[in-house]
Design a protein around this ligand. Structure first.
Ligand SMILES: *[C@@H]1O[C@H](CO)[C@@H](O)[C@H](O)[C@H]1NC(C)=O
Ligand SMILES: *[C@@H]1O[C@H](CO)[C@@H](O)[C@H](O)[C@H]1NC(C)=O
Ligand SMILES: *[C@@H]1O[C@H](CO)[C@@H](O)[C@H](O)[C@H]1NC(C)=O
Length: 366
């Protein structure tokens, strides 16, 4: 437990330090940062091009409205945010062991920002850059926003120029679709993007944790992690008879203290989603009994990370709220963690001209 805490603090320092760089670089490029709404009836989603971040998801409820995401009030607060409230992680999400990999015989060294390892693409990953707004249609049949980022050769240590697009779209009331793609322009590179929203179906300001939410996952296997949260064994193990088993609907908190034999403080685990990668299929279903609200996630990626906000501690949030441990849950569809160092996992290498595609759909109901 203590070890995890130290790693996390080390990550914080790097992230804060690199934020200044991000601002300096972006000032030179004169990119502007704004907040963009997507509205369909009484459903509202807000996005900023800072980190391609989802800033709010608001639903109607008996008291007027309810915000079901943990968020900050202003874009400025996201600049120094270290909790990953809603951005896109890239170029390669999750951890890369020792921030190092070999591709086509060449060794690459990445920005190290989590103990000895690289986390979420480095301290200044895709979550700490300004994306370009390509298109924004705020209302009508298909409210959507398309964001674009050209990642440069050597950025955070990754090879080659890469074009990345993220589209957020409200396709019907209470449904938010996320479409991401990336194209390698001149060199082969690993790519693994993810979207990192924290949900609390009781409402961001409910003051409660999500341990009572009921979770069902379409995943019968997971990748066990070591003390540095790396899949060093390369194993894919059944969830049956472990605290990771959410095959049948189960409260998130019911076995949370048994995760990794109690050595970590909650779920931060990669599941292998059942079914055919590349095809849209059900991934997760979450229900909050008290409010009657539910969230269904569909996706086309091989895996999904379940994270239960284990490291949230007095995190400042919207409207003066403070988010504590387990105040939200994240369902992050993704490729296998550290695949670039594990030939036994499906490859994430995109060669020039090849396209990476990642789609997910969040369907809310109440
Ligand atoms: C609720 O949200 C809708 C849609 O964004 C907005 O039009 C309305 O003013 C909000 N109502 C309240 C009571 O905040
Ligand atoms: C972000 O952190 C830097 C360095 O600590 C600080 O100078 C700046 O005021 C902070 N910005 C915001 C919006 O809090
Ligand atoms: C990636 O997405 C953007 C925005 O939707 C789209 O214009 C582009 O054609 C897509 N690229 C590929 C290669 O599919």
């Amino acid at each position: 437990m203590a070890r995890g805490g130290e790693l996390f603090l080390a990550a914080l320092c790097v992230v804060v330090a690199s934020t200044t760089l991000a601002l300096a670089a972006s000032a030179g490029a004169r990119k502007t940062v704004g907040v963009y709404e997507l509205k369909k009836g009484d459903f509202s989603v807000k996005v900023t091009n800072w980190g391609a971040t989802i800033m709010s998801v608001v639903l109607p409820d008996s008291r007027g409205n309810v915000s079901v995401l943990l968020v900050r009030d202003t874009v400025a607060e996201y600049v120094n945010d270290t909790s990953f409230f809603g951005p896109v992680a890239g170029r390669v999400a999750q951890r890369i062991a020792r921030g190092r990999f070999v591709l086509d015989g060449k060794v690459y060294h990445l920005n190290i920002n989590d103990g000895r390892n690289t986390l979420q693409g480095g301290g200044r990953g895709f979550h700490k850059v300004i994306w370009t707004v390509k298109e924004h249609v705020g209302a009508g049949d298909y409210p959507h926003i398309t964001l674009y980022y050209r990642s440069f050769d050597g950025e955070q240590g990754f090879p080659g120029n890469l074009d990345a697009y993220v589209t957020y779209a409200v396709s019907s009331p209470y449904t938010l679709a996320v479409h991401m793609n990336a194209t390698a322009l001149d060199k082969a590179t690993p790519v693994n993007l993810l979207q990192h929203t924290y949900w609390n179906l009781a409402g961001h300001d409910s003051g409660g944790d999500v341990l009572g939410h009921t979770l069902r996952l379409s995943a019968s296997r997971y990748t066990p992690l070591d003390a540095e949260m790396l899949p060093s064994s390369g194993r894919v193990a059944p969830v049956a008879d472990t605290p990771y088993d959410f095959w049948t609907p189960t409260p998130i908190g019911s076995r949370i203290r048994d995760v990794m034999g109690g050595r970590v403080v909650g779920y931060d685990a990669n599941y292998v989603v059942d079914g055919e990668p590349g095809e849209m299929r059900p991934v997760a279903e979450v229900r909050d009994g008290a409010s009657g609200r539910a969230l269904e996630l569909w996706g086309n990626q091989p895996c999904m990370q379940l994270y239960t906000g284990n490291w949230l501690s007095h995190a400042p949030g919207k409207g003066g709220k403070v988010y504590e441990k387990y105040a939200g849950f994240c369902l992050e569809t993704q490729g296998y963690p550290d695949a670039v160092n594990h030939p036994e996992f499906p490859s994430q290498i995109i060669r020039p001209g090849q396209v990476y595609k990642h789609d997910m759909v969040f369907k809310l109901s109440f």
